[in-house]
Design a protein. Structure first.
Length: 554
């Protein structure tokens, strides 16, 4: 058996410790963003195994020191603004536009010449130097000492100043941008950690690469690569420390949800509104299909201008609280399955799903129109959801999954693994397991028994790896991930969307598919998926089998 590396041991230790959020994320940044992952891991393991009474105490001690170090590099205001006219002229000639965003000067958000590296003289004491070296390197410690000596001379160097928008300078000083220079190329990207109030200039920023050579004369001095590398490696930790400050200063007012309830919408006039809506919908469906499709296309064009594109090329938000999903007719079974699924769930459960409004086809495409659910995709806000709010989401998800698993189906199809209506399955995991056949397309099954389903999943490269039979066949969403779960401001579940893969599967499928789709966001997997399924069954053996099979997909 292969011995785990220091990095793997340290990662397992951190992710298994259940530190209050965002403590675990901060320590994972210490491991992942370090120059030498093994050196950082050895430092963490040494503290936990030799100098503290237990591992949790060791992690807490490292976390405290790590927060202190990161906080030194955080400034609520932009770096020191330059007033030397000659230096300003040289930097404007060198950079021309905002170094971080590529934008020109603006009256509302002017370009300013400001320092890059913060003033940290005397801030890093002997206690912090050890963790600084573990995260960076002895060479970076020497660079820092040289930098502190240079800044003590009060003579600014072009290597520590740049031209940036005022708002971009503030965002950079709080970790929203990462800049790395390699040779004559600079790579600039926004930090991929969500924030409750993300600056507009960061929301509109994109990854960009710029060539430094040729922008000015051959004697031009560009920003120091080591200074920018230090700040780039600290950008994510800075964002987590800023979020930690928000959590610490706020008092949770979220009440634990009742075990068998979901957030209630206003019931005032609901029956009347529902009756009127159903009447108008029935009247609308009388119109010819070609006319309805034309209207949906016009609304999609309006929606793209108003709301912008969605995170899926086949989904578009429409005005009047609707969404449009479009699919070529060769895949129209997935949309018809989603329509029937939404209708089933709204009739027989309290699961918060969109209302299916219309499904219609022409010679080439199928169009599904559904209502919009309130809330925000959990993938956009999980970073700044407190542990208490995430626990509320877990309880709501458990309630919904239990309702779904209690649904009864046609007794004649009791053991069949199929989509909602008993037809072939459309599922990315299954598509990856079999060779494509043009006559069948991407729809596979249905399967009359679980043994037949297991044989389909089996890989010829590892014929002995196969799922056991005897699982309960239950109703399953089939694609629970951070793009399909909506939450309100209190972390309560407000919607589950994207039901085209839904159907009747073995009871482990919902759990293993969540791991198949999401592999990097460990907080989602540990604190949401694992916690949600803790009361639904132990599917660890099934996940082990799936992980072995995934290696041979595609």
């Amino acid at each position: 058996m292969e011995v785990p590396s220091n990095f793997e041991r340290a990662t397992s230790l951190v992710q298994g410790a259940y530190l209050p959020h965002p403590g675990g994320e901060l320590l994972m940044c210490f491991l992942n963003e370090s120059i030498d992952n093994d050196r950082a891991a050895r430092y963490l393991l040494q503290i936990c195994e030799t100098t503290c009474e237990n591992e949790t105490a060791g992690l807490s001690a490292i976390l405290s020191q790590w927060k202190r170090l990161v906080a030194i590099f955080i400034q609520s205001q932009p770096r020191f603004q330059i007033h030397d006219k000659k230096l300003i002229g040289d930097i404007r000639a060198r950079d021309v536009v905002c170094f971080l965003t590529g934008r020109k000067d603006s009256w509302l958000d002017p370009l300013i010449v400001t320092t890059i590296f913060p003033s940290i003289a005397g801030s890093i004491d002997d206690d912090l130097r050890e963790i600084f070296v573990a995260f960076f390197s002895p060479e970076y410690e020497k660079w820092l000492e040289s930098y502190l000596v240079a800044t003590g001379s009060q003579q600014l160097s072009q290597s520590n100043v740049w031209l940036v928008r005022s708002s971009a300078a503030h965002a950079f000083s709080t970790g929203f941008f990462q800049v790395r220079i390699d040779g004559d190329t600079a790579d600039i990207s926004p930090t991929l950690i969500s924030a409750p109030e993300c600056p507009r200039i960061v929301q509109e920023a994109t990854d960009r690469r710029i060539k430094l050579s040729g922008k000015a004369s051959e004697t031009t001095i560009y920003p120091d690569p080591i200074a920018l590398d230090i700040l780039a490696r600290l950008a994510e930790p800075i964002r987590w420390v800023c979020l930690d400050g928000i959590f610490s200063s706020s008092v949770s007012t979220t009440q634990p949800p009742a075990l068998n309830s979901l957030p209630k919408t206003s019931l005032w006039l609901s029956p009347i509104r529902s009756a009127c809506g159903n009447s108008l919908l029935a009247l609308w469906r009388i119109f010819p299909p070609v006319f309805r499709i034309m209207v949906y296309r016009c609304l999609a064009s309006m929606g793209a201008r108003i709301y912008g594109p969605s995170n899926s090329f086949k989904v578009q938000r429409l005005p009047f609280g609707m969404y449009l999903k479009t699919s070529p007719n060769m895949w129209n079974t997935s949309l018809s399955n989603e329509y029937e699924t939404l209708d089933l769930l709204r009739r027989r459960t309290d699961v918060p799903v969109p209302k299916p409004l219309d499904i219609i086809s022409n010679d080439s495409d199928t169009y599904l129109v559904v209502s919009r659910r309130p809330g925000q995709l959990v993938g956009y806000c999980i970073d700044f959801l407190s542990d208490e709010k995430l626990h509320s989401l877990v309880r709501d998800l458990q309630h919904c999954l239990k309702m779904m698993r209690c649904l009864q189906r046609d007794p004649t199809l009791q053991d069949t693994i199929s989509n909602t209506t008993g037809k072939a399955i459309y599922d990315g995991r299954i598509i990856a397991a079999v060779e494509y056949e043009e006559s069948r397309g991407d729809f596979i099954g249905p399967f009359s028994t679980e043994d037949e389903f297991n044989q389909m999943l089996r890989s010829p490269h590892i014929p002995d790896v196969v799922h056991r039979s005897g699982h309960k066949i239950v109703f399953t969403h089939g694609d629970i991930n951070m793009r399909n779960i909506l939450v309100d401001k209190n972390g309560r579940l407000s919607g589950i969307v994207d039901w085209e893969t839904a159907g009747w599967y073995p009871d482990y499928w919902e759990y293993t598919k969540a791991y198949y789709v999401t592999k990097l966001k460990w907080r989602w997997l540990r604190d949401v998926i694992d916690a949600t399924f803790r009361d639904l069954g132990d599917f660890s053996d099934d996940l082990d089998v799936e992980r072995k099979l995934w290696w041979y997909c595609w």
